[in-house]
Design a protein around this ligand. Structure first.
Ligand code: 1CP
Length: 345
């Protein structure tokens, strides 16, 4: 059966681009909020294969997206390495902070099978119920982004704690990055064995790094994960989303082996068209705030993405995750507009 999203990743130009949304399973959906309440904590939901499969499939039923993304979180990896992780309502994730290299001794050197096994079980359940034209996407966080949460114990604050650790003790920080690289390869291969067809690596905090550190902590470790995955599963496309990378997307394209790159909403279309689109597929990049605003602003944002990249290998998406207060009608408006558009032949 033809899977439009997978086909674009493997080299097709689609006249009408495939579409999905980052964070498409989430709090803007009443049916998600209902399951979330039933499940208990956010991690209880991630580790309940039946309910995790259910919330993964919810947005497909409503919007008929071309991609389903496994419902989980990038912080499952630190949790499965033995770090304490919790999600406070309205406050985001909290981890028992590593601080510096001494904190590494509290971690295991491999993922706890009983923890990640629940995620793989969710993948298998989703795969059984997946519409036949939909592509199933697995994911992990990029080592740099995951390390920022592991070191500081939380998000925000320009990732100061991890940057400081990396400047003060580059060798110790390298050991943490290496551990996350190995764990991520094993985690993605586990998801692939269970049935995912594409993997995405989220580097949400790539943009805060100076150039030299961007090469060392973002490009190089992501390249190792992509190579490790492709060594075992060469047929699985890899999407890399280095948020805030700007013109440094060129390095991601040249040096990581990515089949596609995710664009945030600040991407420069002129640069993307000549330096990125000839080499890989692009995914993005409507501003989530334009989706929240709706109306003409949303139509204009959708048209800009279609006109800028729709002549090439485009996977239509947002430039980052959908925000919880976004009206469902705005998502419907966006999907209708993308579905009715055709690239000039
Ligand atoms: O109360 C709730 O329901 C929790 C909100 C929530 C959700 C729905 C969190 C907490 N994580 C998720 C799911 C999630 N996280 C997915 C599921 C699949 C989908 O996209 O539908 C994915 C891919 C992620 C990835 C993730 N988690 C990233 C990378 C992508 C991004 O959005 O930048 C990051 C940075 C996280 C950490 C995290 N988990 C949750 C929150 C609120 C955060 C961000 C914290 C911060 O702002 O620093």
């Amino acid at each position: 059966m033809h899977k439009p999203l997978l086909a674009v990743l493997k080299g097709d130009h689609a006249a009408s681009p495939p579409i999905w949304m980052m964070r498409q399973a989430g709090r803007y959906l009443p049916e998600y909020r209902e399951v979330r309440e039933k499940a208990g904590s956010f991690l209880d939901l991630c580790f309940n294969p039946e309910l995790a499969a259910e919330v993964t499939l919810q947005p497909l039923r409503r919007f008929g997206f071309d991609g389903a993304i496994l419902f989980s979180d990038i912080l499952v990896v630190p949790h499965a390495l033995g770090q304490t992780v919790s999600f406070e309502v309205g406050e985001g994730p909290r981890l028992d902070p590593l601080g510096d290299a001494a904190g590494l001794s509290r971690l295991s050197d491999a993922l706890e099978p009983s923890v990640v096994g629940k995620v793989y079980e969710a993948v298998a359940r989703i795969k059984e119920q997946l519409p036949e034209t939909t592509t199933l996407i697995g994911f992990c966080g990029a080592p740099w982004t995951v390390a920022t949460y592991m070191v500081a114990g939380r998000g925000g604050d320009d990732q100061v704690a991890a940057r400081l650790f990396a400047y003060r003790d580059p060798e110790g920080f390298s050991r943490l990055i290496d551990l996350i690289v190995e764990a991520s390869i094993s985690y993605l291969l586990g998801q692939i064995r269970a049935g995912v067809e594409v993997v995405q690596i989220f580097d949400t905090w790539a943009g805060v790094l100076p150039n030299a550190q961007f090469a060392k902590w973002t490009v190089e470790p992501i390249g190792r994960i992509a190579a490790g995955v492709k060594a075992v599963a060469p047929q699985i496309p890899v999407i890399v989303f280095p948020k805030g990378a700007g013109h440094r997307l060129s390095a991601i394209v040249a040096d990581t082996g990515a089949d596609a790159v995710g664009l945030d909403w600040t991407a420069d279309p002129g640069f993307i068209t000549h330096a990125v689109l000839p080499h890989v597929a692009v995914q993005g990049n409507v501003d989530p705030i334009a989706l929240l605003a709706g109306g003409h602003a949303l139509d204009h944002a959708v048209d800009t993405v279609l006109r800028s990249y729709g002549g090439g290998r485009l996977i239509f998406n947002l430039g980052h995750g959908i925000l919880p207060p976004t009206p469902i009608a705005h998502v419907e408006q966006m999907v209708r507009r993308v579905r009715s558009w055709r690239a000039a032949q």
